[in-house]
Design a binder for this molecule. Structure first.
Ligand SMILES: [Zn+2]
Length: 371
């Protein structure tokens, strides 16, 4: 369907054409806090020779859960949209094929086009350069005022009645019957005009180029003492024809695309836990709510009993501790539970033999717990 390329009136100034755009977002992160909340699991990691405690309702050491993978799928349409935006931001206008009726229509009911042969020539030049066939129609205000909401609706009807393709660019000009027939005067004339471009012309008559044409034509129509309507249209076409096929980079779309890309990427990193904090969380260990701290005898660094067999700060062996393993089923504690099982005889019921390093190392590798 054709759509407005812009227009205006003597009283109301000029307006741009009808175009559109869209966007949206969604989601919510899981809970991680620095203090306890009901149902929280407790984690610990080391930073600046101190343990840092984190409370979460999920295993913060495993950032990639099935929910995360589903979330990545959720972002795919956004990235596709953004990259297609970059593609459309660079316009290489392509001349339209001449597989339609390309005869140039100039219908001057008002008799305000005093340079018909010249205008025909000018519109022909525009056609030869673009493959878009321009047309100019002038009507009296009576033809549409009271019958249509505005000249844009009338111009739309005019377009679809005159042309059965989407390759024309129709300029409709209107003024009251009997006023300033040819026009070179400063008298007030209640004039209107509207451009109607076929959809196939969008890649050539871009929003930006249509705006240039709209502003120029409006300026010439307003300078009625210097331009007749025919000369105004002629001059506006002469202005735009030399640059109409120039490649156009729409920087606004590029910057908007970059901004959206940054926003979506940041949003995704936060949602997927790809933050500097989350990288620390990955090295964290789940610990019982009751876990106690102790100080390394060699470097003075603080560690949490049960999270390590060597000092996490200097690597020195740490003294043996009484340690109560967390209840069965706590995620990430498999190594400890398994260990407990192998140590039921000989050891005291609740503790570990930290000198049993061979077994400990083996458990460590299997469980990935004491890293
Ligand atoms: Zn140490």
């Amino acid at each position: 369907m054709p759509h407005s390329s812009g227009g205006g009136s003597h009283g109301g100034g000029s307006h741009g054409g009808s175009h559109h755009s869209s966007g949206s977002r969604g989601g919510s992160p899981r809970r991680v806090r620095s203090s306890y909340f009901p149902g929280a699991r407790r984690f610990c990691y080391y930073s600046h020779h101190r343990p840092v405690y984190v409370y979460a309702d999920h295993d913060i050491t495993k950032p990639f859960t099935p929910a995360n993978l589903i979330m990545i799928l959720f972002y795919i349409p956004f990235f596709i949209g953004i990259f297609s935006m970059f593609g459309s931001a660079v316009h290489h206008p392509k001349k339209l094929a001449d597989n339609y009726d390309t005869s140039i229509v100039i219908q001057d009911e008002l008799g305000v086009i005093d340079n018909k042969a010249m205008l025909q020539e000018t519109l022909g030049q525009f056609y030869h350069k673009t493959g878009v066939t321009p047309a100019v129609v002038t009507v009296t205000n009576d033809e549409w005022i009271g019958k249509y909401d505005d000249l844009e609706n009338f111009a739309y009807d005019k377009y679809v009645n005159l042309f059965d393709d989407e390759k024309h660019w129709l300029i409709v000009y209107s003024q009251p019957a009997g006023t300033a027939a040819v026009g070179r005067s400063d008298d007030f004339v209640d004039w209107y005009w509207e451009g109607m471009q076929g959809d196939d012309t969008d890649n050539i008559i871009t929003e930006k180029k249509a705006d240039v044409f709209t502003n120029n034509l409006h300026k010439y129509l307003t300078a009625r003492s210097r331009y007749s309507v025919g000369m105004a249209v002629n001059t506006a076409f002469n202005d735009i024809t030399p640059s109409i096929m120039d490649t156009e980079i729409i920087w606004g779309e590029i910057f908007m695309g970059l901004g959206m890309l940054a926003f979506i990427a940041l949003h995704m990193c936060i949602m997927l836990g790809l933050t500097p904090k989350a990288r620390k969380y990955r090295k964290a260990t789940e610990i019982p709510q009751t876990a106690k701290e102790d100080t390394c005898e060699y470097c003075g660094g603080v560690y949490v009993i049960g999270t390590c067999i060597k000092c996490p700060h200097c690597g020195a062996p740490i003294k043996p501790h009484e340690f109560t393993p967390p209840p069965n089923g706590m995620n990430g504690m498999g190594a400890v539970n398994g260990m407990n099982g192998t140590n039921t005889s000989g050891m005291n019921g609740a503790g570990f033999d930290f000198s049993d390093s061979a077994k400990y190392t083996n458990q460590n590798q299997n469980g990935g717990y004491f890293r």
